[in-house]
Design a protein. Sequence first.
Length: 419
Amino acid sequence: MIRPSALALYRAATGLLEPLAPSLLASRARKGKEDPARIAERLAKAPTPRPDGPLVWLHGASVGESLSILPLVERLRTERPEVAVLVTSGTTTSAALLAKRLPPGAIHQYVPVDAPGAARRFIARWKPSLAVFVESELWPNLLLEAKAAGTRLALVSAKLSDRSFASWQRRPDAARLLLSNFDLILAQDARAHERFEALGGKVTGEADLKFGAAPLPADETTLVAERARFTRPPLLIASTHPGEDEIVLDAIAGLPDRPSVVLAPRHVERGPAIVALAKARGLTASLRSQSREPADILVADTLGEMGLWFRLAGTSVIAGSLVPDIGGHNPLEAARLDCPAISGPFVDNWVSAFAGLEAADGVVMTSPKGLRDAIAADLADPGAAKARAARARSFVDARDAEARAGLSRILELVPKIAS
């Protein structure tokens, strides 16, 4: 098969540059951008053993995409336990997250650099029967090597930024060839659907894998006990990062009608520092892990209890969104549990979810300076806040059903290749 010149040039250029990959990766490791102990994975030279039998390979670039893969991994492990699951990602943060969240039996590796030799070694080693790529991960060498080896290909939650779309439009033959290799394309939304079809892809439907998860769990006994702690539903500040605690504590200190507050830091080891920040603002604070004494701020320095807090809260602030460079956190968890949500503006990792919630009038987006007023409005009119949560729940329920149907379409590819 004769490849379009753009792809031929790409493969030639990446082949010429491949000998430089080890030194470039070592340089990135010195800057903290690579795990120095796992650089062999980026070169497809790691000694990790491949399990026997059919294997499904799932790839998401970073944290947001990796999170969206988890429901599919869970269903594969539950419904097809005889099928091995390999998950790849490209960042150290996503690797750390997947180390905690992947179910038993699923393997994580760093995705290899997209050079001909590394791609060939990776496919030859893992021999995936099905490869599932999330969002916009169109790596030509990996895709073409996988297809040449007989791997079925799926592109899910597929999207293209304005810049990527314009770039592929300048290379229409290359785009058409790459997209023609996919057995299944599920677009993230209607705009993405149109863009992939304009580039020659055959889009089967729409599904965003950031949707489709079950509501976060909570222990019923703990729920009853914690509900008795509060005279009215508390304000939940969910998943704060350094720099955000000061913003939310200043907002809380300035509220005319101060509520009970549960502040759940993203990293629980920061609990004592948050207590100190609260006290510096004249607020009382206690750690959940150490005390049941009444306080203005309960710092939830315990793991795995966000489902509990969303069930108890009267309204919530979804942090990770109040300072740049974090990208926001999942607003769907609050919606599934009927908890009104407020968010800051920095939500790059969850743009489509927040856009849909905004269109449904199911979330309040505010600047850090406007946070106090947004919280005060929810506290003053809890009925309006609950109505907003109901709209968010309706939107998320519909998209969850759509995503679960998309997961089923992906799983339909597995029996055909695993028989």
